[in-house]
Design a protein around this ligand. Structure first.
Ligand SMILES: C[S@@+](CC[C@H](N)C(=O)[O-])C[C@H]1O[C@@H](n2cnc3c(N)ncnc32)[C@H](O)[C@@H]1O
Length: 262
């Protein structure tokens, strides 16, 4: 049981607000909440991806995985059942669908995902904006093969996987993309790695870029990384949704951190 997460979850529950945007003075954040966070339309793309997720969750086949990251809190062995990976490692529907709407709203041309797993969050982002060019990074070849199948099954051709340790694949991916409009950082959940990814991504960002960090309350270490990023003078706006932390570099706005109940 993750006591840090539970304790922080209770604290977040009592300190977060603005679920519907009321009381937010930033027009940008207000619009984001109203048009993206609380938007409830059932997009047709959701059904196909969730149907595929269900199939993955029921898959009893075992694969050998290479674990480069902080590892899974639930899965210790490198010999893992696909169904178990699907049940424990993928972005829940609510957050994956938020990524879809973020892509739909912001229309990012170049998107980078650090941590593909079975391809569910990547599929949502690719479906959210078909014109986006998405590169997603995964260390384990067997996992990447399944993600590739996810993208094919969901008929998504705007996302490509690079396989290898992030320490080898991140820089070439950034050089290939040249600039990042949106990035989803969802792998190797340690403070050191997270701050490292932030520093590596920053030179490829501009005032309109958006960085989305997953599991910012996963551990005290990850939460420290999130707080460091929020306090960084280069970051102008940060939004804490508990599971996800979203960072903006917009200019001409007063530095602010919002804790929005999602
Ligand atoms: C939490 S999962 C990603 C989930 C996915 N974004 C989703 O929501 O559908 C993180 C993935 O990153 C990979 N990973 C972690 N650390 C890595 C590293 N240092 N290099 C390459 N891959 C890594 C793991 O193999 C795992 O599949």
């Amino acid at each position: 049981m993750n006591f840090f997460l539970i304790k922080q979850g209770i604290r977040y529950f009592f300190t977060s607000r603005h679920a519907r945007g009321h009381g937010i003075h930033s027009p940008f954040v207000y619009s984001l909440i109203r048009s993206v966070f609380i938007e409830t339309q059932k997009y047709t793309e959701y059904a196909a991806i969730e149907q595929h997720r269900k199939l993955l969750q029921k898959n009893t086949q075992y694969i050998e995985v290479t674990d480069f990251g902080a590892g899974s809190q639930q899965l210790q062995s490198t010999h893992r059942m696909i169904g178990k990976i699907a049940q424990t490692s993928l972005s829940p529907k609510k957050y994956a669908q938020l990524l879809f709407r973020m892509c739909r709203y912001f229309k990012p041309q170049n998107v980078l995902e650090i941590g593909t797993s079975l391809g569910i969050s990547g599929a949502y982002m690719a479906a959210g904006y078909a014109k986006a060019n998405i590169v997603t990074l995964e260390g384990s070849q067997n996992i990447a093969d399944i993600a590739q199948n996810t993208f094919q099954t969901c008929r998504l051709s705007n996302i490509t996987i690079r396989v290898g340790n992030f320490s080898d694949t991140l820089l070439p991916a950034l050089q290939e993309l040249r600039h990042i409009d949106m990035a989803f950082i969802d792998g190797n959940h340690t403070k050191e790695a997270t701050l490292n990814y932030f520093e590596q991504l920053y030179p490829y960002c501009n005032a309109d870029s958006i960085l989305i960090f997953d599991d910012i309350y996963w551990s005290a270490d990850m939460h420290d990384a999130w707080k460091t990023i929020c306090n960084d003078p280069r970051v102008s706006l940060s939004i804490d949704l508990f599971k996800l932390g979203i960072v903006f570099f917009r200019t001409g706005v007063a530095k602010q951190n919002f804790r929005v109940r999602f």
